[in-house]
Each structure stands twice: as structure tokens, then as C-alpha cells.
Ligand binder design. Structure first.
Ligand SMILES: Nc1ncnc2c1ncn2[C@@H]1O[C@H](COP(=O)(O)OP(=O)(O)OP(=O)(O)O)[C@@H](O)[C@H]1O
Length: 255
């Protein structure tokens, strides 16, 4: 289990997180949702062990994540940041192969992981391209492939569907579900509430650096929760298969 307990994170003096607890469970997709500035990226970076917090801690199987050997941490936790920045102008296959750096596996195992990650993200046809020549969506897929190639136990992805066309969004969702079904703990930051309801096993709703609600889609995505946090009205229908169908109706009336 990858768990955050009572996290307080200050950025530029102001609290980006003010006492946040959340757990990312193996085999599940957890969606981290909330309005702009709510603290989603901050929470994900803390879970990845990339932020020093003012209070609280993140643990991986009960060990403080900040005390893990960096290579071991990189092997177990894969992180896809929100900004698709690549600082080296290398070819796609070399970039994806960087995902294997924390491992000391046999070349054949590395090659198999790289090939599988590139196939899952539809990047095989981009293998020889220089990264700076890619479109935004192509670059997003390549960066996801790099994380997948690392075969982490926990995959943390900040808006992994942004910039993707509908087909590649569906492929990416299938890929994240397959990872969860294989035992990976997947955490994704999402803005699309209907999609979050559809694909997540658990949701964490953040508001002003605090957890406004957590649990299943039915527990979290209620009309009152969404009106309070986002200032919008939604219509929620419970489907016979147990899933939630959610439609955004418009801005809530402001009193
Ligand atoms: N480097 C920084 N210095 C100062 N404040 C920061 C810094 N990074 C983030 N913040 C602030 O911390 C708060 C949380 O930011 P965070 O990026 O976690 O939000 P978010 O929920 O991911 O937002 P978005 O949906 O816009 O991506 C925001 O108020 C933001 O302005």
C-alpha cells in the first residue's frame, strides 16, 4: 500500500496540502479529482516521494518513502508528471528505455518491457523519431511508455489523458486497467468527472488542499459534494451494472 497520512505541504509559504490522507491500493485505479489549485499534482508528487512535506508522511508498505534508496523507489513507483517536458533531444526508443534505468535486469527482459510499453501506447511507429519533433499527444504517449517500461508496482500519472484523441484515450484507459488488473496500484489525476466515475475504483476529491470526500464514485460524486467543490450541478444516474452515469448540467446558482 502507498499511503499518505496527514500531509502538510507548503509551497511559496501557502499550504498546498493541509492535512491530506489517502491510500493507493494495489490492483485498483484511484482517481484524484478536484478543481484547479486543489492540490492534486502536489499530492501525486508527495506520493512519488518528490516533495519534502512540512508534516505527515508517505509510506510504501509502511516504510517512509523519503527514506527509500532512490533506485528502489524509482523501481517501485513510476511517475508521469503533468508537464510533458523532455530535456534531452533523443529518439523515442532511447527515451522509453530510460524507464528501465532503475532495474538491473537482463537485456532481453529490458527489451521485452520496452517493446510491450511501446505497443500498449501505440508508440512502435514513432521509435526512431526525435522527441522534439513529436506532437503533444504523441509526446504524452511516449512519456507514458517510459513509465510503463519500468513496470512499477505503483503508477502515478498526472492527467495522462490530456492531449490524447478519443481513441488513444480509450487505449490508455485500457492500459491502466490492465496494469491494475495485474496488481499495480494506479493513481491518476483527472478533470473529467464522468470518466472518473467510469474508470476509477476509488476517488479522492480534493478541495483547497484538503480531502473533501473519498470512496467509490457513488460516495464521492454526489450532487452536494460536486456543487460545493466545483460550483456545478450534475445529474447522476445509477446504471443497472452498478456504474454511475454522470452529466454536467451547468453552473450552480450562486447565492
Ligand atoms: N511552486 C509553487 N510555488 C507556490 N505555489 C505553488 C507552487 N506550485 C503549486 N502551487 C500552489 O499550490 C496549490 C496546489 O497546486 P497543485 O498544482 O497541486 O494543484 P492542482 O490541483 O494540481 O491544480 P490543476 O488542476 O490546476 O493542475 C495551488 O494553489 C498552486 O497555486
Amino acid at each position: 500500500m502507498l499511503a499518505a497520512r496527514d500531509l502538510v505541504l507548503k509551497l511559496g509559504g501557502a499550504p498546498a496540502l493541509a492535512g491530506v490522507s489517502a491510500a493507493i491500493a494495489p490492483g485498483q485505479i484511484t482517481a484524484i479529482i478536484g478543481p484547479n489549485g486543489a492540490g492534486k499534482s502536489s499530492l501525486l508528487a508527495c506520493l512519488a516521494g518528490l516533495q519534502r512535506v512540512a508534516a505527515g508522511q508517505v509510506t510504501l508498505d509502511d516504510a517512509p518513502v523519503l527514506k527509500l534508496d532512490p533506485r528502489q523507489r524509482a523501481r517501485r513507483i513510476g511517475f508521469l508528471p503533468q508537464v510533458a517536458e523532455v530535456n534531452w533531444d533523443i529518439d523515442v526508443e532511447t527515451l522509453v528505455a530510460l524507464g528501465r534505468l532503475p532495474h538491473r535486469s537482463a537485456p532481453a527482459a529490458d527489451a521485452a518491457a520496452i517493446t510491450a510499453a511501446m505497443a500498449a501506447t501505440d508508440c512502435a511507429g514513432l521509435a526512431g523519431r526525435v522527441v522534439s519533433s513529436l506532437s503533444g499527444g504523441e509526446r504524452a504517449r511516449v512519456l507514458l511508455a517510459r513509465v510503463l517500461a519500468g513496470q512499477p508496482d505503483y503508477l502515478l500519472a498526472d492527467e495522462p489523458l490530456a492531449n490524447l484523441d478519443p481513441g488513444h484515450q480509450l487505449d490508455t484507459i485500457a492500459c491502466l486497467r490492465a496494469a491494475a488488473d495485474a496488481g499495480t496500484g494506479v493513481a491518476i489525476v483527472l478533470h473529467d468527472l464522468a470518466l472518473a466515475a467510469q474508470i476509477a475504483d476509488q476517488l479522492v476529491l480534493l478541495h483547497n488542499g484538503q480531502v473533501a470526500a473519498n470512496g467509490t464514485a457513488a460516495q464521492v460524486l454526489t450532487g452536494p459534494n460536486v456543487a460545493k467543490v466545483y460550483g456545478i450541478d450534475i445529474q447522476v444516474e445509477h446504471q443497472p451494472d452498478g456504474r454511475l452515469h454522470l452529466m454536467v448540467k451547468g453552473r450552480s446558482q450562486r447565492g
